[in-house]
Write a protein that binds this ligand. Sequence first.
Ligand SMILES: Cc1ncc(COP(=O)(O)O)c(C=O)c1O
Length: 356
Amino acid sequence: MTVTTGPVPRPELAGLAAYSSVAPGPVPVRVRASSNEAPGGLAGPVRAAALAAVGGSSRYPLIGGSDLATALAGSLGVAAAEVAVGDGALPLLDRLLMAYLRPGDEVVMAWRSYEAYPLSVQVAGGRSVCVPLSPDGAHDLPAMAAAVGPATRIVLVCNPNNPTGTVVPWDALVSFVDALPPDVLVVLDEAYTEYDERPRPETAVLPALVARGNVVVLRTFSKAHGLAGLRAGYLVAAPAVAGAVRSVLPPFPVSTVAVAAALASLAHPEVLEERVFDTRVERERVRALLAARGTTVPASYANFVWLPLGDRAAPFAELCREHGLLVRPFAGEGVRITVGEPDLRAVLAEVLAAWS
Ligand SMILES: Cc1ncc(COP(=O)(O)O)c(C=O)c1O
């Protein structure tokens, strides 16, 4: 027998789960509602800016994506030193973990939440401490606070939460942060914040949050800005924290084309506003359709709805697939359906008619 030896990856990677994707079923896909993307392709001015930038792409973009960071700082009311940009919110979270996690450090998170969190923590050599959601699908902040111990380095709060669409009340969030040790970083993942219509009190506006020193706000151009395929995201934090993340980012963290599209999206807020308005209206119509067929759906503050179907989640998703509707099942828990595609309700109505 030949014994082969070769390079061995870090032991932390053993058993790493794959980031899941939903495969098409036996019939052609009619509506893709499984990845929380925005519908409709790039909007006019954003598309024009992206295409114009393609021609100049033999040159590197500005180092550190500084043009995008400066524009974001201006629109968010923070200093450019408080911003780090990257090729998506998830790559930025990975770099934050790289910058702050020591081997064996703990990251407290709600569960179920964004599926990438435990994978990223594992890759970074940390340990995920998962705190079950409340029965209504919301973060259980008292239980999360109780899970914070001497080994806790980071607490993740996904607000609105993927996949349940629930939010943390602003005052509860602020009290939660107040009660944590100041050397624990609180990452507020606001990937879906644009769809959340709740006004923020002064204590929860972005500059006030990051002024606390241990709060990191993570956002993306993938969702309401509609640029998931181009890859751009940002985080906002105290200068020392944002600087630590920038120090471990590659020198050119966002492509020329993605920067151009993101800048155009910031320059044309009406595009985002219209998309968000339409999505919210559609979200409530989808909830009403489901309620009319006896499926209660928790209020959602994101561009998706959550059906807490328990053991019936996988069969429901399979039935959807047979009708050409791709949704995201979490076996034994529920199904997440992205709203926004114009044909969603028609196809969903067909599925519900066939669902006993
Ligand atoms: C809660 C949450 N955070 C982060 C991300 C990643 O976003 P990006 O495409 O910017 O990496 C997602 C994507 O689905 C998400 O749902």
